[in-house]
Design a protein around this ligand. Structure first.
Ligand code: HEC
Length: 131
């Protein structure tokens, strides 16, 4: 009799185990996307610091902060692709000339920035969060 109860209990435990563990287990792609979003947000916060360091706000405004007569970067993350933003930061002169239409035919007024690619990428991560 005792043995029967023991068997039944073991059977129940074994039957519920996989359900419990699969509920908690994350698959590889979930883990990867979690890592990606964590490193994205780390890059974005570094980018925000670099944005201040390079004094972009002398000419740009974000949420009313910075030069209000300058070019607003509000919601820039929805307006431009990462590639577009990166190219603008790395070589404004060439980029504005090449994309004249997107800048309403206005001449380039953004000076070249002494920024390396890694830093520019971090700033782009930050700008992409502006939505
Ligand atoms: C001396 C002023 C000045 C500074 C400093 C400056 N910019 Fe600009 N930026 C401009 C102007 C003006 C434009 C508009 C395009 C043009 O006429 O050159 C522009 C355009 C841009 C654009 C494209 C906006 C769009 O509509 O697509 C981005 C992105 C940008 N700047 C980012 C930055 C970042 C990041 C920094 C700092 C590293 C920076 N800028 C520093 C003046 C400046």
């Amino acid at each position: 009799m005792h043995r029967k109860i023991l068997f039944i209990s073991i059977a129940i435990i074994l039957a519920t185990l996989p359900a419990v563990s699969s509920g908690k287990k994350k698959n590889k792609s979930q883990i990867n996307s979690q890592i990606k979003s964590k490193s994205n947000s780390a890059a974005a916060s570094r980018g925000k610091t670099l944005y201040r360091l390079y004094q972009c706000a002398d000419c740009h405004s974000i949420n009313g902060e910075g030069n209000k007569e300058g070019v607003s970067l509000d919601k820039i993350g929805t307006k431009r692709t990462s590639e577009f933003l990166l190219a603008q930061i790395l070589d404004p002169e060439k980029h504005v000339e090449k994309n004249s239409k997107k800048f309403n035919g206005e001449p380039n007024l953004m000076p070249a920035q002494e920024i390396d690619k890694a830093e520019a990428r971090a700033i782009v991560s930050y700008l992409k969060t502006l939505r």
